[in-house]
Write a protein that binds this ligand. Structure first.
Ligand code: B3K
Ligand code: ZN
Length: 874
């Protein structure tokens, strides 16, 4: 039976209300006696009072059965149990507090706290899951040394794991055994982990730069050992990279990663014992695509980098989440960029910003990277905290430069290692180490929304001056009306007609290409500009803002060819595409036909044929913005028009460049599959060509042949995706062949579920419903649900937004189930409803009605409560 979430009206917590704790716990010794429905947990805490005498000790607890309390070895009765707390009175200043609780891992469908994933026990404690294991000061500013003894049946659970070093082990009667772990580093409870199960283990070793020998172990389900190599390679690469680029070394003798199938998000950085969604560990060429491999590298890196940015220095309170997440995303992005293609990584990160992050910042859940008010903390593991948070770190990096930034990191660790810090502490360290003022810059932490930067330029030939007027303005966002000017690093470059860079000069002095925009309006007059220049702006996406500038087609085509950096070339292409997508959406709305000048096609043809460019970059240049990103350009979204225009643009490109696509497609064949970047780049371009060619006469033959010939999942999936989106006749055979081959493997089937979700056919919803009874589908598994349901609701806009409301009713059905079984997953799936105000009246009222239905659920979880309440606010 699923647990029922609390029914009382949830209350919000405010950042401004932070109080340091009355007590701390310096040491905790845990003993788990693992049983499926009745696990006994004994916690012995060394408690130390920090405040005045008389303050009660209020511990957090959730869904726990309290068995006994002892203080200094004596039974203690002076306590009271609240709905989510245990208040213990009249404690001495220091004591040893024993608490025994009983929990039910098997009934834990929330996948928070201790639960069962397949046959294994595992934990997820961030943000507030530890309180589902024992009563505790479950807040990140209480740092304790953990000792953990795990007892379980030896045959079923030969591996018993926890944080730190394995210090002891033994056998018991009745087939049980135990292992004891000790973590020497004090840590908050959210970093605690326990795993018990039977696994295959991939082992390796790493010697750190100062000579520490570290055992590396990756635990996977039995039979999956041939899918763990890339995770191991990525781990070793991460350890090396962090030493080289950040001077940071690993600090324990063992680093373990466990892959589990039931997991609410990507992975978790528990000290010395990462728990991973198997999606980010398991890969071999026949089961995983190149994108999967890149995801594994990034997530393995991300969790490893948390060992310093998150674990050694943690967060004072959850409002500071971006302190560890924004910084660690920045670090993982740099890792992927240093090892792979920097421009391609940047492009993909910017796509996430301009698409879903900007959308979040426009919607009812808009919040600054350091939120002010939270009802359910799990709702704030957002694109804003993570991705925009990383952009904020990146801006500091741009303003300070690598050397100053690294001095800032060093100072940050000198000051805060072993403690719980704040975002302000980080900025202060950067400021103190560099001597560069970040006073106005700090506003990025408190102001939500996406700034709009409007630029006007004027060339003054007589004076040989080029005047650039830059205005910034941040539109009002949910819950925050007043906006102030921000410190925006604005990277520009000027070119002459020959494509040469014009050096920037103001008042007779050279000027850096990153302009400091700090006011609502600023004017720059560049001198010695002898001809009308062409300006490239917001290079590298130097700030998370929307740029408004009236570029001509000629200027954009010029930048696509001549801009010195690849990101700027891609961006010019995107602006050009955006112009014609917008034009054609309004033409369609007025009953006019599709129109695209041949000069635009020629510009993209030029890129396609440029042999000096990295094929992976060419593929990005030719990838159209998603329908969701396009939706974000409008106050009222016309899903059908957007879909039609994107389809027409794709087919015009396909037909106009069919010969070139076809020639490149046939040239880029590879003899054998490798996961080197050069090989991935070729596959990426070849499969982009296939996606276009799918819209031409040759489409069915090519997709069908590629599916049959393919010896790797990248090419297989590309063939299927092309057949799916172009509705080719080979689709059906491919889909049934694939399902037959992979039914036993949920992780691989996720790719198939995703295609069912994105199916453009008219009966898409009917198919999705039918797919829910597929043998490999399980609504309790977050990966399955996301692959099918989220891909339909979030990435199949035409069908999800069907005018009859059928897509909306479907989402409500799913949310109603997940509200009880796994509200964290429900809360991610509800996102498309939150944007209801951006649609026409009919759709708005249909979606609103669904939100109201959900709001009326009598067991509404606070995860959904918080989002629905904000969405329905007038
Ligand atoms: N810190 C975890 C995320 C925890 C999410 C809790 N709902 C993974 C990460 O960001 O590395
Ligand atoms: Zn993280």
């Amino acid at each position: 039976m699923a647990e029922q979430p609390t029914t009382t009206q949830p209350t919000a917590k405010y950042r401004a209300d932070y109080l340091s704790p009355d007590y701390t716990i310096t040491d905790i010794s845990l003993e788990f006696d693992l049983h499926d429905t009745e696990t006994k947990v004994v916690a012995v805490n060394k408690v130390q009072r920090l405040s005045t005498e008389g303050a009660p000790l209020v511990l957090d607890g959730d869904s726990l059965k309290l068995v006994r309390v002892e203080v200094d070895g004596q039974s203690w009765t002076d306590f009271s149990e609240g709905e989510s707390s245990l208040t213990i009175n009249n404690l001495p200043e220091q004591c040893e507090l024993l608490i025994e609780t009983e929990i039910n891992p098997e009934a834990n469908t929330l996948l928070e706290g201790l639960y069962k994933s397949g046959g294994a026990y595992c934990t997820q404690c961030e943000a507030e899951g530890f309180r589902r294991i024992t009563f505790y000061l479950d807040r990140p500013d209480v740092l304790a040394r953990f000792t953990t003894k795990v007892i379980a049946d030896k045959t079923q659970y030969p591996f018993l794991l926890s944080n730190g070093n394995r210090v002891d082990a033994g056998e018991l009667e009745n087939g049980r055994h135990w292992v004891q772990w000790q973590d020497p580093f004090p840590k908050p409870s959210y970093l605690f982990a326990l795993v018990a199960g039977d696994f295959d283990v991939l082992r390796d070793k790493y010697t750190t730069v100062s000579g520490r020998e570290v055992e590396l172990e990756i635990f996977v389900d039995k039979g999956n050992l041939d899918r763990a190599d890339y995770a191991m390679t990525s781990l070793i690469n991460s350890m090396k990279w962090d030493e080289e680029r950040f001077g940071l070394e690993y600090d324990l003798d063992i680093y373990m990663i466990v892959a589990v199938d039931f997991f609410n998000m990507g992975a978790m950085e528990n000290k010395g014992l990462n728990v991973f969604n198997s999606k980010f560990v398991l890969a071999n060429p026949s089961t995983a695509t190149d994108t999967d491999y890149q995801g594994i590298e990034a997530v393995i890196g991300h969790e490893y980098f948390h060992n310093w940015t998150g674990n050694r220095v943690t967060c004072r309170d959850w409002f500071q989440l971006s302190l560890k997440e924004g910084l660690t995303v920045f670090r993982d992005q740099e890792f992927s960029s240093d090892l792979g293609s920097r421009p391609v990584n940047r492009i993909n990160n910017v796509r996430i910003m301009r698409g879903p992050q900007f959308a979040e910042d426009r919607g009812p859940m808009s919040h600054p990277i350091r939120p002010e008010k939270v009802i359910e903390m799990n709702n704030f593991y957002t694109l804003t905290v993570y991705e925009k948070g990383s952009e904020v770190i990146r801006m500091m990096h741009t303003l300070l430069g690598e050397e100053n930034f690294q001095s800032g990191m060093k100072l940050y660790f000198e000051r805060h290692d072993g403690t719980a810090a704040t975002c302000d502490d980080f900025v202060q360290a950067m400021e103190d180490a560099s001597g560069i003022s970040l006073e106005r810059f700090r506003r990025w932490y408190s102001q939500s929304g996406t700034p709009v930067v409007k630029v006007d330029t004027e060339y003054l030939p007589e004076q040989k001056r080029y005047r650039v007027t830059i205005k910034q303005h941040t539109p009002e966002t949910a819950g925050q009306k007043e906006k102030l000017p921000l410190h925006i690093p604005f990277d520009i470059e000027l070119y002459n007609k020959q494509g040469e860079v014009i050096s920037l000069q103001c008042n007779g002095k050279p000027v850096h290409h990153v302009l400091d925009i700090t006011e609502a309006e600023q004017v720059f007059e560049f001198e010695n500009v002898v001809e009308q220049p062409i300006i490239s702006m917001l290079r590298e996406f130097s700030a998370p803002v929307i740029l408004e500038y009236d570029y001509s087609d000629e200027e954009l085509v010029f930048l696509m060819v001549n801009a010195r950096n690849e990101f700027a070339r891609w961006d010019a292409g995107q602006i050009l595409l955006a112009k014609y997508i917008k034009l054609n959406v309004s033409r369609l709305q007025q009953g006019e036909g599709f129109e695209l000048p041949s000069s635009v096609v020629d510009a993209f043809r030029g890129v396609l044929l440029d042999e000096n460019l990295d094929p992976a970059f060419i593929a990005e240049m030719l990838t159209l913005p998603s329908e969701n990103e396009i939706a974000g350009w409008y106050k009222t979204v016309d899903v059908d028009a957007i879909h039609t225009v994107v389809g027409e643009l794709e087919s015009v490109f396909a037909n106009e460049m069919a010969d070139e696509f076809s020639a490149i497609y046939h040239t880029l064949t590879q003899d054998s599959y490798t996961i080197e970047h050069a090989a991935m780049a070729k596959r990426s371009l070849r499969n982009t060509c296939l996606a276009y060619l799918a819209n031409t006469e040759q489409g069915n033959e090519l997709a069908s042949k590629q599916y049959t010939d393919s010896d790797n999942m990248t090419d297989t999936m590309a063939a299927m995706a092309a057949a799916n989106s172009a509705e080719l006749s080979c689709r059906e055979n491919q889909m049934s062949d694939f399902s037959e081959k992979w039914t036993h493997d949920g992780l691989v089937m996720d790719k198939w579920f995703m295609l069912q979700g994105k199916n453009p056919a008219d009966n898409a919803l009917e198919n999705v419903r039918a797919t829910m009874s597929h043998a490999a589908f399980d609504i309790k598994n977050p990966n399955r649900t996301r692959s099918l349901v989220a891909s339909f609701c979030a990435n199949n806009p035409v069908h999800f937004h069907a005018k009859d409301g059928s897509g909306y009713a479907f989402l409500t059905e799913i949310l109603t189930v997940l509200n009880s079984s796994n509200p964290q997953v429900a809360s991610r799936l509800i996102e498309p409803f939150l944007k209801y105000r951006q649609y026409d009246e009919q759709r708005q009222s249909l979606m609103r009605a669904e939100l109201e239905k959900l709001a009326a659920l009598d067991n509404l979880a606070k995860d959904l409560f918080e989002k629905i309440q904000k969405a329905l606010e007038l």
